[in-house]
Design a protein around this ligand. Sequence first.
Ligand SMILES: [Zn+2]
Ligand SMILES: [Zn+2]
Length: 262
Amino acid sequence: MTTFPAWDDGTTTTTPDHQIHWYDDRTAIIRQALHTNFEGPFIYLLLGSERALLLDTGTGHIDLRGIVDGLLAGRDLELVVAHTHGHGDHVGGDDQFDTVVGKSAEAVAEYFGITAWPEQIVEFDLGDRVLDIIAIPGHHPSHVAYYDRSTRLLLTGDSLYAGRLYVFDWPAFRASVARLHGFVAAGNPVDLVLGTHIEMTREPGVDFGLGSDVHPGEHVLELDPAVLTELAEVMAAAGETPHRIVRDHFIVFPLSPAGEPL
Ligand SMILES: [Zn+2]
Ligand SMILES: [Zn+2]
């Protein structure tokens, strides 16, 4: 396992507009700086022997295309641009790229060959690097998680990270968390869970304010797989009525369809 960098906490606006961390020689993590947009999303670039998969395009406030072109320079790889889900802070840079997998659940299912959404788990091979794609709607209708067999990383997008897990569809989210945990429990070991934001502080259960673009004392990006087990347990026990659940490393945060906290 590699050591992650100290991510830019947004308190200095003169820092670069992004950071790049190579987790290993085929896995790059890009963080869009908080001063470019308070969402500060994390973006993943996974390299196989034939294809590179870019997961998310951020908010559109940085030259992601230039960054990705630089990372892929000298490599003969087809670039596939797809998403964890279709929210604006993850698709904002789509227009920088020539071809992008669509944002709807239908488009995602069609591209990856999922014929029984969301139950069917499919493989996607980058060339000597097989990913499993698990549909996990609930935060967003087209949300998918990516499990990388080679690194044992589980990329969970906005459905599990150290922050507020906004749940728009409570029943779907409960089913998705159970499905994702079931996939792992069925014999797919996870080293780390990596999401697409950080909104928690290092103090257990304490988050930064909504829309905060400075994160002094920010929680780390990486989560132990036990946190997925914890999420599965609390969602299984949560029942059918949406309600907020505060835990050390995440806050389940249900919202109405209009985006109002429940
Ligand atoms: Zn989202
Ligand atoms: Zn997001």
